[in-house]
Unconditional design. Structure first.
Length: 259
């Protein structure tokens, strides 16, 4: 009996010591889900070197501290993102503790393209739905105004290119107490600093014969070059770092030099 009791006590002590020495289970790495249009999206090979700024976003965070899932797609508005089931697919993969970046506007405002156009009231209503459904799943939404197009006046001043749409994002964020990253204003500042000619290298602008995907050349003032995408991702990280959001603590500490 004494032998059995001693053996039992010994086993219990060994199990306790093992449990104390074992590392605590780490909390799951949060996922950053991206919902948006072509300025954010991952590109097909035939579109390269066009690059969405969501593609280099993971590099702004410490290695292994986040996972990025890019649901953004060329040509999508808030309306078509819902109609095509892309929003539901995002929700299906959403976990409590995740983050959702929501950036639309380029296609919602395209009144001459009825396949994607979304009037302002519907645009705001769709964004409000996104916010509510993300929160209902225990995740955190972050609203983003649409990034600026490369558009200058005759004196070299950057022009607004999205009408009332960014204002609706700002108003919704204030009303619903949603975190806001004002990508329109940050990207406008970048374009103003770069100037009319200097800003060309941030966008998909190629001379004829410079790339096999664009044998006739291309002058695109909406979509980014790889350099432009990295710069916009850097601007997002800089804006996030200035907030009190927990996600900011996962950013790289050495990320203070713009591309």
């Amino acid at each position: 009996m004494r032998v059995r009791l001693g053996l039992l006590l010994g086993l219990c002590g060994w199990a306790l010591a093992l449990s104390m020495s074992a590392p605590a289970a780490s909390s799951p790495v949060p996922t950053i889900h991206l919902a948006g249009d072509s300025t954010l999206a991952e590109k097909l090979p035939e579109k390269r070197p066009e690059t969405g700024w969501g593609e280099p976003l993971a590099a702004r965070f410490r290695a292994g501290s986040v996972r990025v899932v890019n649901h953004a797609k060329n040509g999508r508005s808030t309306r078509t993102f819902i109609e095509e089931g892309r929003w539901q697919a995002l929700l299906d993969g959403l976990r409590a503790g995740d983050w959702v970046l929501i950036q639309f506007g380029h296609n919602d405002e395209s009144v001459d393209k009825p396949d994607r156009y979304t009037p302002l009231p519907d645009y705001e209503r769709n964004l409000a739905r996104f916010v509510a459904e993300v929160r209902a799943r225990g995740a955190t939404p972050i609203l983003l105004t649409p990034v600026a197009r490369r558009r200058y006046d005759s004196e070299g001043r950057v022009q607004d290119s999205h009408g009332e749409y960014p204002g609706r994002v700002r108003a919704l964020a204030a009303r619903e107490h949603v975190a806001l990253i004002d990508m329109e204003r940050r990207s406008q500042a970048v374009l103003q600093e770069a100037g009319v000619e200097g800003s060309r290298r941030l966008f998909l602008q190629l001379a004829p014969g410079a790339h096999r995907n664009y044998p006739q050349g291309v002058e695109d003032n909406t979509h980014f070059s790889p350099l432009g995408a990295r710069r916009i991702a850097f601007e997002f990280a800089a804006a996030l770092r200035a907030t009190d959001l927990a996600l900011a603590s996962r950013l790289r500490k050495d990320d203070d030099a713009a591309p």
